[in-house]
Design a binder for this molecule. Structure first.
Ligand code: FAD
Length: 445
């Protein structure tokens, strides 16, 4: 631009780097992603409003004993409960990997405590983080965002419509960062014959404690028989939880012969290997859908039919056509979530202030298409579009490099892989208690 204005002969001497721009930014959600995004935006000099539909911060980490009335969460008119935490949940990563880069999750003070803390501690950590960085003052609690739309397509302003008990309001922002989480809208397994099957079905979103599983007894059974579908973290944790009270717990997984083939009106569940059992409860631990019910982009950003992926998103953050004014934090799964969200937030903050440039729209789109093509060629299912593992380190280091920041601490990388190795060796049920990391002293946190 400068060269065009002052001419080729002079631009080298007359050009000055653009002043950092301050924008008014709406952040949707006060979970870990929204909190760290607010901090990074504020640090970069932006003016921030955080919208949070519930009455507290912490997002998924704010345990809610209540469950939805429809235990499969299929009724579109149900009252939605955000958190999917069950009472016994401990983190699947140790404190050091649940910290932010410059804000430790009590790693030094808790050397003798659980390496993999219980969920209450995570919520406490997030509250302390928000307090220490003055984030609470930026949050409008009990305020749900119901509509986000560009003021005009091709422009740079966004309309945010929100609703609280007292009022509805419409405001215009320069940018919107969406941090609404993606573990609230259940994905349910399709099971042939399920319509006539007389048992009870629940999604893990609506599982809290094992006790209710005692009450399903049929006359001949002391306790009930449960089939858990899915061997992700929730499926494996919940199996062990329920095993303390149920008569039998069977784990049905896609990767094995024990996948359900069909069910019938007698209450039997038949597996692919031909075996069958009488079952009282099927518990779907089958994951969640991406969902942005408030977002209107004329189809520029969309979620695929089954809620498996959102796109197109450059590096899981920027929709090429609407960047940098619209962005997403926390879309990836299976990574180092807190640190990953922090890096995404820093990147957004610096792109918005003009310090860091994004490639052209075409180049970003080409990158997304390339990413999707690679997944397809490798036979990776669509539902893993945003899964970072096993490329989590490359991803985080790539974002850091955009801002001229150093790569992730080598000790943390070593720690991450040692957990995977340990879980492989001692099994998922035991790794949290048996994992030992010799190089703790090397870590900076
Ligand atoms: P969330 O924590 O879901 O927060 C989103 C926030 O947005 C919520 O407060 C919600 O109320 C608000 N919101 C949503 N829609 C609106 C709206 N329209 N208007 C206003 N506010 C809105 N990660 C780990 O790092 N370690 C773990 O051990 C771990 N265990 C997990 C266990 C389970 C069972 C699940 C389901 C996930 C786990 N995760 C874990 C992933 C976890 O989701 C992330 O740690 C983290 O909570 C993601 O933060 P977030 O801010 O992106 O989303």
């Amino acid at each position: 631009k400068c060269a065009r204005e002052v001419g080729y002969a002079k631009y080298r001497d007359l050009w000055s780097p653009p002043m950092a721009e301050s924008r008014r930014v709406a952040v949707i959600g006060a979970g870990p992603s929204g909190l760290v995004t607010a901090r990074e935006l504020q640090r970069e000099g932006h003016r921030v409003v955080v919208f949070e539909k519930s009455n507290q911060l912490g997002g998924l980490w704010a345990y809610n004993p209540r469950v939805e009335t429809d235990l499969l969460s299929l009724n579109p008119n149900r009252e939605i409960v955000h958190s999917s935490l069950y009472k016994s949940l401990r983190t699947n990563l140790p404190r050091q990997l649940m910290s932010f880069s410059d804000y430790s999750f009590g790693c030094a003070e808790n050397v003798n405590r659980l390496n993999f803390p219980e969920h209450e501690e995570v919520l406490k950590f997030l509250n302390e983080f928000a307090n220490d960085f003055g984030i609470n003052e930026l949050i409008r609690f009990n305020t749900e965002v119901v509509r986000v739309a560009p003021v005009e397509f091709g422009g740079n302003r966004w309309l945010v419509e929100s609703k609280s008990e007292e009022l509805s309001s419409e405001e215009v922002f320069d940018s919107v960062v969406i941090c609404n989480g993606h573990y609230t809208v259940p994905r349910v397994a399709n099971i042939p014959g399920i319509k006539n099957w007389p048992g009870k079905q629940i999604h893990s979103h609506n599982y809290r404690v094992p006790e209710p599983f005692k009450d399903q007894a049929r006359p001949l059974y002391t306790f009930c028989t449960v089939v858990v579908i899915g061997d992700g973290s929730s499926g494996l944790d919940i199996c062990r939880d329920i095993a303390t009270v149920a008569k039998q717990v069977h784990l049905s997984t896609r990767s094995s012969e024990i996948e359900i083939d069909h069910v019938d009106e007698s209450g039997e569940v038949t597996f692919l290997d031909g075996s069958s059992i009488h079952v009282d409860i099927i518990l779907h631990c089958t994951g969640y859908k991406y969902d942005f019910p408030f977002l209107e982009t004329n189809g520029i950003v969309s979620v695929d039919d089954e809620g498996r992926a959102v796109g197109p998103l450059y590096k899981h953050v920027f929709p090429p056509k609407l960047s940098p004014c619209l962005s997403f934090v926390g879309i990836p799964s299976q990574g180092i979530i807190f640190l990953g969200s922090e890096l995404q937030a820093k990147w957004i903050a610096q792109v918005l202030s003009g310090k860091v440039l994004l490639p052209s729209e075409d180049d970003m789109l080409a990158d997304v298409e390339d990413h999707n093509r690679q997944l397809e060629e490798a036979g990776i299912p669509k539902r893993h579009t945003h899964r970072l593992h096993p490329h989590v380190m490359e991803y985080m280091d790539w974002i850091a490099a955009q801002m001229g920041m150093p790569s992730l601490d080598a000790g943390l990388k070593e720690m991450y892989w040692s957990i995977y190795k340990c879980a492989g060796e001692v099994g998922y049920a035991k790794y949290r208690d048996l994992w030992v990391f010799d190089n703790l002293a090397k870590l900076s946190l």
